[in-house]
Ligand binder design. Structure first.
Ligand SMILES: Nc1ncnc2c1ncn2[C@@H]1O[C@H](COP(=O)(O)OP(=O)(O)O)[C@@H](O)[C@H]1O
Ligand SMILES: [Mg+2]
Length: 366
């Protein structure tokens, strides 16, 4: 029944890995399991597998215990899990695909600049107090923010897994820049340099080479003396509405100021890290994170079309107040696996298919 097919658009490596069960962090079998629940069939393909002339696609489909290639009508509803932001011709094809009447590619755009997202969130008065002061990074703005705040983060506007993030701390009348210099086992090695007036060359070079944002360093709550923030999965579900799928707390490695797992961070359940903050009520903290995340998602989805699957990075202050760090639109979802949160991990795959079912039933994207 091809009208029950849902496309899952993925990139080359992932597709090649499917028949061999080698799909990196992506757990394809979770799609299969949840598809049964919603009476739909996920079919996996790349952009180049689509033939626009006859609107057909060559896709991998799970049948009788293994994946097989099938030529199928192009599904009406497609969940995008590939990244195309650096590929103009792929983007044109995707654009073409979306402009066909009645076809929906959700999560179509999955990379926006950090400054752009900050500006969108600033539009809402109730969200503003949760945002760090943020500017495009220039010599002037880094100076201005470093004079005003105890510490400043300077990070690439479009990046992920904690790559290229720098920090400026005020030390009396001087400043100290901490920056990544080289890698060991995939994690950054950190160096630091003190300065008084002129910003260090490494910082100036980095912000000229590609766009960065400079922002006030948030005062994040700590677990065992290490700052933590959370990966909060917020997704549309079977009723098309936003819901919070789960919270995973990422704790920085000792003496490191970024919490990314790729930078040596460790994932725990929220309740575990909150044991170190006994003055906070875990239920109230969870609720305030949920309230903030849902408001942010609702607002962003009035500005960004086909938004449906968000992985926010959200911290809390030592007083338990949620603060916004960034929005990811192609959450790798593995924080939940790392934190041993198997139910939540599965739900992050099930919800996009539930939403696909909602769209297949003819409902508006919302
Ligand atoms: N303004 C900030 N204040 C405190 N910590 C921050 C700030 N910005 C980033 N960090 C830390 O660095 C990590 C990575 O930053 P993030 O903006 O999420 O970039 P990436 O896209 O590389 O994950 C965050 O998870 C957080 O631990
Ligand atoms: Mg992040």
């Amino acid at each position: 029944m091809s009208d029950r097919n849902v496309g899952v658009l993925i990139n080359n490596n992932m597709l090649r890995g499917i028949p061999r069960g080698r799909t990196g962090h992506e757990k394809i079998s979770f799609y299969e399991e949840s598809a049964r629940e919603y009476d739909i069939t996920p079919v996996y393909f790349r952009l180049q597998d689509i033939s626009m002339q006859d609107e057909k696609v060559k896709a991998l489909v799970f049948e009788n215990g293994s994946y097989r290639w099938r030529k199928l009508p192009l599904p009406k509803v497609i969940h995008n899990r590939a990244l195309y932001f650096k590929n103009p011709s792929a983007n044109r094809k995707l654009e073409n695909l979306c402009s066909k009447k009645g076809r929906i590619v959700f999560n179509r755009w999955n990379r926006y600049g950090k400054l752009f997202v900050h500006r969108l969130l600033m539009q809402r008065e109730d969200l503003r107090p949760h945002l760090p002061e943020t500017m495009k990074a220039t010599v002037k703005s880094v100076r201005a923010l470093s004079s005003k705040h105890e510490a400043v983060i300077v990070k690439p506007s479009s990046s992920s897994i904690g790559k290229g993030i720098m920090k400026v701390d005020r030390i009396g009348t001087r400043w100290r820049l901490t920056y990544p210099s080289g890698l060991r086992k995939g994690s950054s090695l950190w160096k630091s340099v003190d300065f008084k007036f002129k910003l260090p060359a490494v910082l100036r070079t980095n912000i000229v080479r590609k766009p960065h944002v400079a922002q006030q360093r948030l005062n994040l709550a700590t677990y065992l003396g290490r700052p933590f923030d959370m990966r909060v999965s917020v997704q549309r579900g079977l009723d098309g509405k936003w819901q919070m799928t789960g919270i995973a707390a990422k704790v920085a490695k000792k003496n490191v100021f970024v919490t990314n797992v790729a930078q040596g961070g460790t994932v725990y359940r929220l309740d575990d890290v909150l044991r170190d903050l006994p003055h906070l009520n875990p239920l109230a903290v969870r609720e305030s994170i949920e309230r903030f995340s849902l408001s942010a998602a609702e607002h962003l989805s009035t500005r960004l079309p086909y938004l449906s699957d968000i992985g926010f990075d959200i911290g809390i202050t030592p007083e338990g107040y949620p603060v916004f760090i960034e929005m990811n639109l192609r959450d790798l979802r593995y924080s939940f696996r790392e934190g041993g949160m198997m139910e939540e991990w599965k739900r992050t795959y099930a919800n996009p298919l539930a939403y696909a079912r909602y769209l297949l039933d003819g409902n508006e994207p919302g």
